[in-house]
Write a protein that binds this ligand. Structure first.
Ligand code: PEP
Ligand code: MN
Length: 368
């Protein structure tokens, strides 16, 4: 889709991939010059951190909470870069933020989840970035609308911003327990399928919502081939002015990065590879039979559609639908299969069957 964004995994001196993940770390918010310096020194000493992050304009859900230091904190970040030697990334949510961040020569920018949801803001930011080469990270929108995420990339791409990456930070859901945000990994799989050129960085902190879950989420991100991590780190998380529960200490980050298994560390013995590929062959064969069966099923759906249409019978019959779900549900139970799985599967099959039959009705109606 984005033919120009070919080498996005190379941003100047940053060359990253799943085997060499880009590590972005730092506090949720810049709180004081001392906190910025102190955290950055520890992260630099770690040796694995590429970029220092900190929010300076904080999009808070409710007013009255700490809303960030504002553009004054850019000076702290510039001093930190000079003294410690770490590049920095900040969040921007409108063209004023962009102006300030560019004037301070920020090394990269990120767009927050509350901004990606709004095409007006995305467009405004895209316009204000025209002509720059700054790397830009785009967080997923708060809710799981892949179109909005893709739309943001399209807007930036059209404005000539080519150093792009996605940040997967999870999605709002009323039942996201045990996480703060539901990871819905499948949305990132879809993004990768549609735009494989765009690297995906995981933000386990905002998915987790609590520090104890950060490490396991970071590992999942590596297992599914993501290209980097953005992790919130605070020298004293309990005292943090925002997102206190989910921040980890520089020491905890060190141990997390130490135990992280990235692609370069996996060794698959030959025997195991053989075993896996044998089982995959069997799965491929079964999947192909499933698709052929679905094709046969669709032919019957088609015949049935014509019978219904010719006799002016309704397409959707509620009792029949409930009966189908009941029958397949009890079959699933007997076979020890997850009933929800079979239920979800038939919802999709049914949706496309109804769509097909509706097409037949519309065809006949236009012939009349
Ligand atoms: C953040 O990174 O601190 C932040 C506000 O993130 P998000 O936009 O993902 O909520
Ligand atoms: Mn945060």
């Amino acid at each position: 889709m984005y033919s120009d964004i070919e080498n996005v995994r190379k941003w100047g001196s940053w060359n990253f991939s799943n085997s060499n993940p880009l590590i972005i770390a730092g506090p949720c918010s810049a709180e004081s010059e001392q906190q910025v310096l102190n955290t950055a020194k520890k992260l630099k000493a770690n040796g694995k951190v590429d970029i220092f992050r900190s929010g300076i304009w904080k999009p808070r859900t409710r007013p009255g909470q700490f809303e960030g230091i504002g553009h004054q904190a850019l000076e702290w970040l510039q001093n930190m870069r000079k003294e410690v030697g770490l590049p920095f990334v900040v969040e921007v949510a409108n063209s004023h933020h962009v102006e300030h961040a560019l004037a301070a020569s920020a090394d990269a920018l990120w767009i927050g989840a509350r901004t990606t949801v709004n095409p007006f803001y995305v467009q405004e930011i895209a316009e204000s970035l025209k002509g720059t080469k700054i790397p830009l990270l785009v967080k997923n929108p708060i809710h799981s609308d892949l179109g909005l995420w893709i739309g943001a990339f399209e807007r930036f791409d059209k404005s000539g911003i080519k150093n792009l990456a996605a940040v997967h930070r999870g999605f709002y859901a009323s039942n996201s327990a045990p996480y703060r945000n539901d990871p819905k990994w499948e949305i990132s799989f879809d993004l990768r399928r549609l735009a494989p050129e765009i690297p995906i960085i995981c933000d386990p902190s905002h998915i987790a919502g609590t520090s104890g879950l950060v490490e396991q989420i970071a590992q999942v991100a590596m297992d599914i081939q993501m290209d980097g991590l953005m992790i919130e780190v605070h020298p004293d998380p309990n005292q943090a002015l925002s997102d206190a529960e989910q921040q980890i200490t520089p020491k905890q980050l060190e141990s997390l990065l130490e135990s992280l298994t990235t692609k370069s560390k996996y060794v698959t013995p030959l025997e195991l590879q053989k075993l896996i590929s044998e089982q995959r062959k069997i799965l491929d064969n079964l999947d192909s039979r499933v698709v052929k069966l679905l094709e046969k099923r669709m032919k019957i759906v088609d015949e049935l559609g014509h019978i219904k249409a010719n006799n002016k019978a309704g397409i959707f019959q509620m009792e029949r639908w409930f009966d189908l779900l009941k029958q397949r549900g009890s079959q699933a139970r007997e076979l020890g299969l997850n009933e929800d799985f079979i239920n979800d599967l038939f919802q999709i099959i049914h949706k496309y069957s109804v769509e097909h039959q509706t097409g037949i009705y519309q065809g006949l109606r236009s012939d009349e």
